[in-house]
Design a protein around this ligand. Structure first.
Ligand SMILES: Cc1cc2nc3c(=O)[nH]c(=O)nc-3n(C[C@H](O)[C@H](O)[C@H](O)COP(=O)(O)OP(=O)(O)OC[C@H]3O[C@@H](n4cnc5c(N)ncnc54)[C@H](O)[C@@H]3O)c2cc1C
Length: 277
């Protein structure tokens, strides 16, 4: 396996992949390539980088349901979740999120792990997973496996708790009897759009509320202050504190090509308010 500049290394096992990452932390892992190669033709400097193709690693594929946990191998695509009836029954929030990602071509190639590692604050998979208390499992040849709750994974814009020699190997979710699941993405149109604002919410008696917001901060946010304001019926302690709780959670949208800060601030509060109502 050769990882010289401008090449694509193709490991046969996870161990081989981790050894390659240890030997050359500049290697860029590639899963579905739907983020990485989107600007390929014009980003000439990217042609000189070295890549590690994970797409055919069978060890990274597969979805497992045990009594307590659901595991998505890092190679799990959106389509793998859409077509799996267990998710339709138990976690429709993930199916709904997956169905809004690009079109079928992107859903069949793009992975949940790639969505996490790409670290876009406008991602659709990340907030849905965050609302389900996902844990990210990382591995390196030097340090073995570590886990990080997805809600604590991001440190700033495109900054995350992933070392250069680490790969995401899987994502785990606790199995819960959710009585409420909600995914909403506001875009310029209904399909093939990047979120102006995104919200994912769950409620279960055992865990309480989980609310994750996209496109309103440099990272996907878990809104812990707002969650703490809500009783089990979703009633806020004080309606007046609703927007200030969101601000305390770090909701601080910006103006960009997709929307304005003012629109995002209003819409995020409205979506959550109406979902709770
Ligand atoms: C036309 C189009 C439409 C899109 N629409 C949407 C959309 O609606 N919503 C949305 O959220 N996204 C969208 N995307 C972005 C993209 O499809 C998703 O983010 C997808 O989940 C990326 O997964 P991937 O497997 O293709 O990642 P890749 O492109 O292979 O990689 C993305 C990043 O993750 C890293 N990476 C991948 N796997 C691992 C791993 N196992 N360990 C460590 N790092 C890893 C890569 O190095 C890279 O930095 C769209 C993209 C395109 C081209």
């Amino acid at each position: 396996m050769n990882a010289d500049a401008g090449t694509i290394a193709m490991p046969d096992t996870i161990d081989e992949a981790l050894d390659a990452m240890a030997a050359n932390p500049d290697l860029i892992p590639v899963a579905g390539a739907t983020d990485l190669f989107v600007h390929w033709p014009e980003h000439l400097e990217a042609h000189e980088r070295s890549y590690l193709d994970l797409s055919h690693l069978h060890e990274l594929r597969g979805i497992t349901f045990t009594e307590e946990t659901i595991t998505l191998g890092a190679g799990t695509s959106y389509w793998d979740v859409i077509r799996d009836p267990r998710f339709r029954d138990e976690l429709p929030i993930l199916v709904n999120a997956a169905r809004t990602v690009g079109a079928v071509q992107i859903q069949t190639r793009g992975t949940w792990a790639g969505n996490i590692a790409n670290a876009s604050p406008a991602a659709d998979g990340v907030p849905a997973l965050m609302a389900c208390d996902a844990t990210v499992h990382l591995a390196s040849a030097a340090r073995g496996e570590t886990t990080v709750p997805l809600a604590d994974f991001y440190l700033g814009y495109k900054q995350m708790r992933r070392e250069p020699d680490e790969l995401i190997t899987r994502i785990t979710l606790p199995r819960r009897a959710y009585d409420f699941q909600y995914f909403e993405k506001v875009g310029a149109r209904n399909a093939q759009t990047i979120a102006k604002v995104g919200v994912s919410m769950t409620h279960a008696a055992e865990s309480g509320w989980r609310i994750a917001a996209a496109s309103v901060a440099p990272v996907t946010l878990r809104c812990r202050n707002l969650e703490a304001q809500l009783d089990d019926e979703g009633r806020p302690a004080s309606p007046d504190d609703f927007e200030s709780a969101l601000q305390a959670d770090g909701v601080a949208p910006i103006d960009d090509i997709r929307s304005t800060a003012a629109y995002r601030s209003k819409v995020i509060a409205c979506i959550i308010w109406h979902a709770l109502a």
